[in-house]
Write a protein of this length. Structure first.
Length: 124
């Protein structure tokens, strides 16, 4: 005969459970001039296929976090002011290799990391 065990359910919907901090590490040298010890904040990554409701879930999460008093910053593909227009032009022409597209996306990500994500995690 199986016995069921009741697990208490969190009753406070505004409570955020934060895992214990792990030492920060990365491969290579990291972002030049960036002192990781001065960065706070949390990074939440939302992934999903096209049409899976990712944007809807992000909008709901942002609304909830900001309603709880947390500042948010959203980044995504082709949002960098450095290469977004060029990336759109390259995709429209279909003339670039996968490697070149990958380099465009890596540049887009690195620019957003340096100009949006990391500054948002810096103390005010």
């Amino acid at each position: 005969m199986k016995r069921s065990v009741r697990v208490p359910v969190e009753t406070n919907p505004r409570r955020i459970v934060v895992p214990k901090a792990k030492p920060r590490q990365f491969y290579g040298q990291g972002v030049p001039g960036m002192d990781l010890s001065k960065l706070g904040g949390k990074l939440i990554v939302v992934e999903g296929a096209d049409g899976s409701g990712r944007s809807t879930q992000i909008a709901r999460l942002v609304e909830w976090l900001e309603g709880c008093g947390h500042a948010t910053v959203q980044v995504g593909l082709k949002r960098s002011t450095l290469v977004s227009e060029e990336l759109d032009q390259a995709k429209a022409g279909n003339v670039l290799s996968r490697t070149t597209f990958s380099l465009f996306y890596a540049t887009d990500f690195a620019d957003q990391l340096e100009t949006s994500s990391c500054p948002a995690c810096a103390p005010a």
